[in-house]
Design a protein around this ligand. Structure first.
Ligand SMILES: [Zn+2]
Length: 375
């Protein structure tokens, strides 16, 4: 009988973001300065640094308004860091980035056409996702922490932040690749099925999308775990040893491309309405972040039905009974059906990560599966 242990998280007061130690002001200034500079660059070079699909959704006027206040806040936070913190590096960096953003915004006018470049870099997507995710999910983790002593800037946060940036900047690559794969499967599309799905009420369409996507994701995920040659590509995602909202960003680009394209193909073959597809994408994106969060919420009976942080944390555990379990992404249905459900009552994992350590850092991890294939 396996003896489950409690996870030990050591308090690290020196790493905590607090107003009184100046680190909160410093890092806020840096975050807002970095975002402001990116946002100004996206504004100046819209054709190369903004995403056509996103521009259709957001209002540039609203964003400029937020940007202006973000820049002033960055200067204010930087100032608190200068006053309080002995090391003034953070505040200095944040204020410098903001001042460069101010100077560029004041002296340079937007150049080139706004005609979207097919492989534009998703700088706008990065800024929106970074600020949105940071404020929403860090707040949730602070309000409902599983481990109160776990710091926001935990070990290897820089690696996962780099993953987060790359994943968002490459949005056009993911979209183009996804569209290409979907269009190659057009010949399988069945108008009778499309009409049947379209006739369903919206809620049922969304439910159908969730279940079908979950089925595909379950088997794709299981294959990446259980096939020797595929595992190194997915092991990258499992190499993370601290779970929080940023941890899920760590994923090998090959695995991300395969996973997203497979789901897109299935969703498009079903032929649900655009609204249903949009709702599914939003649910999936939020759930993918939430399940990695350092967050404990009482889900009631839903915890038996939905993939929750506790359920997915077990998937990331390196403890023997949890290896190769809890594959599903949305509901626990297919783990029940195919015998991989693992949720010991009231217990959370004591250890996360892979049983064999992986190299650290983005580029070494990108190379790792190929090295395994060649060696
Ligand atoms: Zn996995």
């Amino acid at each position: 009988m396996y003896q489950y242990k409690k996870r030990q998280v050591t308090p690290r007061p020196d790493k905590e973001l607090r107003l009184e130690n100046g680190r909160l002001g410093g890092y806020f200034s840096l975050l807002l300065g970095f975002s402001s500079l990116l946002a100004v660059l996206a504004y100046l070079f819209p054709s190369y640094l903004t995403t056509a699909e996103l521009r259709a959704i957001y209002n540039i006027g609203d964003l400029q308004y937020i940007l202006k206040y973000g820049m002033w806040l960055s200067l204010g936070f930087g100032l608190t860091n200068f006053i309080i913190n002995k090391k003034k590096r953070l505040g200095f960096a944040g204020v410098s980035l903001t001042l460069i953003a101010f100077a560029l915004a004041a002296n340079v006018s937007p150049s080139g056409s706004t005609e979207p470049f097919p492989l534009a870099i998703g700088v706008d997507w990065l800024v929106i996702a970074l600020l949105g995710s940071f404020f929403i999910f860090t707040s949730l983790e602070k309000l409902f922490p599983k481990y109160r002593d776990q710091v926001v800037l935990r070990d290897e946060w820089k690696t996962d932040f780099f993953y987060f940036c790359v994943n968002h900047l490459l949005i056009s690559v993911f979209l183009l690749f996804g569209n290409f794969v979907v269009s190659s499967f057009d010949w399988v599309a069945n108008p009778t099925l499309h009409n049947w799905v379209l006739a369903l009420p919206l809620a049922l369409q969304v439910l159908l999308l969730v279940i079908c996507a979950d089925f595909v994701l379950y088997w794709e995920h299981r294959l990446f775990h259980e096939h020797k040659k595929l595992w190194p590509f997915h092991a990258v995602h499992h190499s993370v040893e601290t779970m929080d909202w940023l941890a899920g960003s760590r994923s090998h680009i090959v695995h991300t491309l395969v996973e997203r394209s497979l789901v897109l193909v299935v969703l498009h073959l079903l032929g649900a309405s655009k609204v249903a597809l949009d709702i599914y994408v939003i649910i999936a994106a939020i759930q993918a972040i939430v399940i990695h969060c350092n967050m404990k919420i009482h889900w009631g009976v839903l915890k038996y039905i939905l993939v929750t942080p506790q359920f997915h944390h077990w998937h990331h555990s390196s403890e023997e009974p949890a290896i190769d379990t809890n594959y599903a992404a949305h509901t626990t249905l297919f783990d029940w059906v195919f015998g991989t459900y693992h949720m010991p009552k009231g217990v959370w994992p004591a250890k996360y990560g892979t049983t064999k350590p992986l190299p650290r850092g983005y580029f070494k991890q990108m190379w790792y599966p190929f090295r395994k294939l060649l060696g």
